[in-house]
Structures are given as structure tokens and as C-alpha cells.
Write a protein that binds this ligand. Structure first.
Ligand code: SME
Length: 150
């Protein structure tokens, strides 16, 4: 079933309303994504700390804690400041396999108030080709709303 991104984004705004803590809001955001989208095995955040991506709130299996800019799908999204939509992670050079169940993924960069990359949203699926342009548009809109919250 397709994800209703408008509803998911409105739910995010409602859940985060009046809450000032990033960990709280990002934790609920990852749970909301994991609950709202079908066929996922991992959904969460990496946040820029000391020039690297550090694991943030997520749903799924234990994951690698630090990723360098330019490494893997997450590091590429952060370095290029560009969403990475990967239909088959096994064909992505340097993909970091945290969960061997992952076969496709989408990673959307997140920005601070000055437009600088401050993290990424990483969503993985056991299905090949799970994500398409509709997911890209929906998730970029979701991240935009999240950027205004945190
Ligand atoms: N898939 C990522 C690594 C993080 S895990 O999937 C949670 C990557 O290659 O950047």
C-alpha cells in the first residue's frame, strides 16, 4: 500500500507540537515512519557530530554508530547534500551493510536554520526497488516539516 505522506507529515506536526527536545521528536519521527510505511526493516537518523554522521534515534536492528561524510549511502547523501534513492544497495559502491536484510534504501539530507547539512534520514527495505519518486517527494516534504520543528 502507498504511504499517505500528507497524513504522516500532519501526524508528525501534531506529535511534536509543544515539544522542545530533539531526541524526543526524532524518536517519535522514526517510530511514525516505521509504523506508516510498509516493508521497512530500518528507519532512523544520523546526526552530524564532529564532522561525522553519528547514529541518532531509530527503529530497527542495532546499526553502525559512525559514518564518514562520503561513505556509504548516508555519507554520500550528506556530502552531496542530495537525496540518494538506491534501488539495489548491493550495486551501490561502498554501501555499509548494517542489517543484511536491507536491499534498497532512501536517504534524505536534513538542514539546520542556515541551510547546512545537520544529519540524514535513512530508511531501508528488504525489498529491491521499494522506493520511487513519489517516496522521494513525500519524504523530502516530511524532512522539511521536521527541519522546522527541530
Ligand atoms: N545504509 C547505510 C548505513 C546505515 S544502516 O543502513 C542503518 C549506508 O550505506 O550509508
Amino acid at each position: 500500500m502507498k504511504t499517505d505522506y500528507n497524513m504522516m507529515t500532519e501526524q508528525l506536526k501534531a506529535i511534536c507540537d509543544g515539544v522542545d527536545y530533539d531526541i524526543t521528536n526524532l524518536s517519535n519521527a522514526s517510530a511514525l515512519i516505521f509504523d506508516s510505511m510498509e516493508d521497512l526493516n530500518w528507519a532512523g537518523f544520523y546526526l552530524v557530530r564532529d564532522g561525522k554522521l553519528l547514529l541518532g534515534p531509530f527503529q530497527g536492528k542495532v546499526a553502525c554508530t559512525k559514518i564518514d561524510f562520503g561513505k556509504g549511502v548516508c555519507g554520500t547523501a550528506a556530502l552531496k547534500d542530495e537525496t540518494q534513492l538506491v534501488k539495489d544497495v548491493h550495486e551501490f559502491p561502498g554501501h555499509i551493510a548494517c542489517d543484511s536484510a536491507s536491499n534498497s534504501e532512501i536517504v534524505v539530507p536534513m538542514h539546520d536554520a542556515n541551510g547546512k547539512v545537520m544529519g540524514v534520514l535513512d530508511i531501508d527495505s528488504p525489498l529491491k526497488g521499494r522506493f520511487d519518486e513519489e517516496d522521494r517527494a513525500g519524504l523530502e516534504g516530511f524532512v522539511k516539516a521536521l527541519e522546522e520543528i527541530i
